[in-house]
Design a protein around this ligand. Sequence first.
Ligand SMILES: Nc1ncnc2c1ncn2[C@@H]1O[C@H](COP(=O)(O)OP(=O)(O)OP(=O)(O)O)[C@@H](O)[C@H]1O
Ligand SMILES: Cc1cn([C@H]2C[C@H](O)[C@@H](COP(=O)(O)O)O2)c(=O)[nH]c1=O
Length: 680
Amino acid sequence: MTAIGRSRQAHVLANAPFRRLWAAMSVCSLGDWLNLLALTALAGNLTQGDFRTQSLAIGGVFVAKMLPAVLLGPLAGAFADRFDRRLTMVFSDVARFAVVLSIPVVNSYQWVIIATVLVECVNLFWVPAKDATVPNLVPKQQLESANQLNLLVTYGSAPVAAAVFAMLSVVADVGRSVVPLLAGLDPTALPLIVNAGAYLVSAALIFTLRDIPKRDGAISTPSVLRQIVDGWRFVGGNRLVRGLIIGMLGAFAAGGAVIGVAKLYVEDLGGGDAAYGVVFGAVFVGMALGMFFGLRLLSGLSRRRLFGLSLVVAGFVLAAIALVHNLVIVVILTVMLGACAGIAWIIGYTLIGLEVEDGLRGRTFSFLQSTARVTLLLVVSVAGPLAALFGRRGVDVGALSYEFNGTNLVLLLGGVLAVVVGVLSLRHMDDRKGVPILTDLITAVRGKSFRGEPAERMPGLFVAFEGGEGSGKTTQARMIAIWLRDQGYDVVQTREPGATKVGMRLRAILLDAAERGLSGRAEALLYAADRAEHVEKVIRPALYRGAIVVCDRYVDSSLAYQGAGRSLDPDDVSKVNAWATGGLVPHLTVLIDTPPQVGLTRLGGAADRIESEPLEFHERVRKEFRALAAAAPDRYLVVDGTLPPEQITAVVQDRVREILPDPVPREAEDVTGTMPAIRD
Ligand SMILES: Nc1ncnc2c1ncn2[C@@H]1O[C@H](COP(=O)(O)OP(=O)(O)OP(=O)(O)O)[C@@H](O)[C@H]1O
Ligand SMILES: Cc1cn([C@H]2C[C@H](O)[C@@H](COP(=O)(O)O)O2)c(=O)[nH]c1=O
């Protein structure tokens, strides 16, 4: 039953005009992928014999495919705006049909290149006309679903095309051996005919789609160079985005190296066109596996770390592909390579979506797309000539001989590049500095979250100071931090709320006296949010590093203030905080126990939102602090806060000394005195 006032929205594919356009897009995408496979294979077949010529010939196809988009993209977009969109698409489809069909008929390398450029020029009209049509056919609220479906067919058709290509290649081979008339035909002729047919089907589908308005507004497409310059201005200053862009472009470059030499490499391994189709399809199968299963398998690992890590692993897998001379193993490794690429791709896109602020997001995506195109073009154009330049080389080790060709070199370089950008991304974006990545990885593989590490397993020491308003804990935390630094320890002195960037904003909200009417639960959650950020970004990394963390307030403050003060269920407060901190508990909590009547009078300046609570509230807080300490005396030190500050410091020092790794004995300290190196 649907709720009153809410009607269930039909699926976007229930919209007949969009369904027809989508069908046309699907057929075209399939045709496009088949085209890529068939043309690269044909270029290799037409120049067979000489390794160098073949490498250059295949590289030439990629250059011909990408150059029109880079040079003429914006121009074609502007032209496409002026024509009737339906007719633009229909004419483009018919033109593509004719040009692709002519390729197997002419059967020459020069024509392959000319035809490729022609088809790509026509694509420049088809794509903007299609993009501008979708919003005309679909209501605004369904646009996102429509775009998702478009993406699905754009990339989802690649493995289907690879399978179709492999199958058609086998059929063509059988046909040529059985029918003598077909013997002279290149095996790629059949896939090219199917490719041409796909464009014709699309033309027919769109021709009958009368709902497309003739013209509606303009699609403005700035030049690729403009997009890159503008984009860098916006994204270059952000460390996270910089890391993401470096990683994603590196992945594109490594991918470009693979695309540029894949056909020849498969041929080197003894595979024909069908095997090329299988390897091509393996990349996409792997990508799908990575996107769906890889992320689930490692759901406990920090996304930023997983991004860099998947690039590094992809690099090693690519290097293995470069060195192994076995087609079956190469196909398996290619699936793994695709999985790493899939993980990196989805994380990269999601992180940009989540962590880049709204005003920058569009520009970041368009910057990424423009630079990705240029990177791909550059790498693909260099890969072939580089492989050709290196040629074929053999290494003899005793009775064994190992062939290392230009294709192996390009793949190996692609692998090294992926490892380097992976490491660079990790260094730029790591959100868990100081925590060994292997520890995180093992925890994630075991199915646990990286946040669940108890303090005892970390080399550092965690001391928290608690107490009511004006009890003197900030003074004591500072004295202890100075004393510890004097003794040569790495000390991180911190506080709650407000030790992180987000925390500072939360502190402002939480303590603003003008912020009236904040509910108890919201207050508890905001303190917990501050704590989660604090633990993840400051405390845990410091403890992993082996530092001593001296923290002014921690979970007990929430139990005392929100639990007892606001009368929230202590179990709820405890659970929320256990989740927020991943169960991180201090080694020692020092409670500076000062009666509120005393503490509140010590404070100067205007009272903040919590300080201005009535005395009974602060009494409840104090009572709860004392109860918590009484329940776990081993982990607490309770000191009378009305004593003179130096006396309190001495008591705290004695207790902390007991748990210090390699402490300086009290007597030695008394004799030598201290030479404070850092006062604060
Ligand atoms: N033992 C003490 N006896 C008297 N005054 C003290 C003592 N300890 C600190 N003070 C003074 O009390 C005031 C509050 O101290 P401090 O800032 O350390 O307290 P606090 O517990 O951190 O307060 P809050 O958390 O409410 O900000 C300061 O002016 C400080 O000099
Ligand atoms: C961590 C934490 C703090 N509070 C309250 C206690 C104080 O009134 C303020 C913090 O101010 P301070 O001068 O830095 O001590 O926030 C709380 O209610 N719950 C908490 O978890």
